[in-house]
Design a binder for this molecule. Structure first.
Ligand SMILES: [Zn+2]
Length: 331
């Protein structure tokens, strides 16, 4: 694995911490004994993707200025990571081996995520996600391929022309990769994924739509519809549901109530009763969807579902115009 220089600088510090733990707490000799970043070359690491719990062992073979880990496609696929610019993580192998215990894990739902419960030492290429099997391994794309592309042939018709990792697996031969265009450097711009650079969801979505508008091969309406359908609409509906079915909590002692007591104070300690789901959580994507996505959505059914969801939220939080009328108003 070729790791970012920034990560290497951090791992160097971690190696010193681990050595100190070994010497001072365990009374053992230090293990890493590193002085500079270059000492990391050859060291074993565990790579773990977010929201998974199976780490994969790899070896550091170099550094890059880009904020990315370069590794074999099979390695990335083994940790269930594809090339969509998502986050990734690496640890020195000894770190999870000596500094990990199930006792450290939170007992909440999802608490086991992001922790190396399993560590894979040997990767079986057949067992990883099929995406990695589709990586081509030719050094020269044959003319036949371009001719087939010109005629708009289906991908299944060019399978024999372009060898892929899958064809190696089927033949039982050694897994290798290849490239068609020689490069003088692996580090071309951008050095950092904008998915990471953009802070808020709004920025990410605006960025994605801008990109979709520029690339003629991408249908911006399709992108907007997919985003709304798979993420934002379900988010709005889910948060609204959570808001209406929410429990209430005592600010002082943490007692939970299915419904707030009529006194609006905690029965156990008299503390203040507060909501567990707030208005902000329900409203957070409303403007985003209304202002940015809706104009790009052509599917009428989807558009109406979104409108209904937005109207539901809006009418719930609308300021009531009339206060309660008192009898005196009529005289
Ligand atoms: Zn209380």
């Amino acid at each position: 694995v070729v790791i970012p220089k920034k990560a290497a600088e951090h791992l160097l510090k971690v190696s010193k911490f681990i050595d100190e733990v070994l010497v001072k707490l365990a009374g053992m000799p230090p293990f890493y004994k590193m002085n500079e970043v270059d000492d990391l070359i050859g060291t074993l690491i565990v790579a773990l993707s977010p929201h998974t719990y199976a780490g994969v062992v790899g070896r550091i073979v170099g550094f890059t200025d880009s904020m990315v880990c370069f590794a074999h496609p099979i390695f990335h696929a083994a940790k269930r990571r594809d090339c969509d610019g998502d986050e990734d993580s690496i640890m020195l192998l000894l770190d999870p081996l000596i500094n990990f215990s199930k006792l450290y894990l939170p007992d909440r739902v999802g608490g086991r995520m992001d922790s190396p419960l399993l560590i894979t030492v040997t990767i079986n290429p057949e067992e990883v996600d099929e995406q990695a099997h589709n990586v081509d391994i030719c050094y020269r794309i044959p003319l036949k391929f371009y001719e087939a592309a010109e005629k708009g042939k289906h991908i299944s018709e060019v399978l024999d022309i372009i060898p892929t990792i899958k064809s190696l697996i089927e033949k039982g031969s050694e897994i290798r990769t290849a490239f068609t265009h020689p490069q003088s450097s692996l580090e071309t711009r951008p050095a950092e994924s904008s998915y990471k650079r953009y802070g808020s969801m709004l920025e990410k979505i605006v960025g994605q739509l801008k990109l979709a508008e520029r690339i003629s091969a991408v249908d911006v309406h399709y992108v907007a519809e997919k985003m709304a359908e798979t993420h934002l609409l379900s988010d709005i509906l889910g948060n609204a549901r959570a808001f209406f079915l929410q429990k209430f909590r005592c600010k002082k002692c943490g007692a939970r109530y299915r419904r707030p007591p009529l006194t609006n104070t905690c029965v156990k300690c008299g503390g203040e009763i507060v909501q567990t789901v707030f208005r902000g959580a329900v409203e957070k994507y409303i403007e985003l969807v209304e202002d940015i996505l809706l104009k790009n959505i052509r599917n009428e059914y989807l558009r109406q579902r979104i409108m209904v969801a937005i109207n539901n939220v809006k009418t719930t939080f609308e300021k009531e115009e009339k206060e309660q009328v008192s009898l005196e108003d009529f005289f």
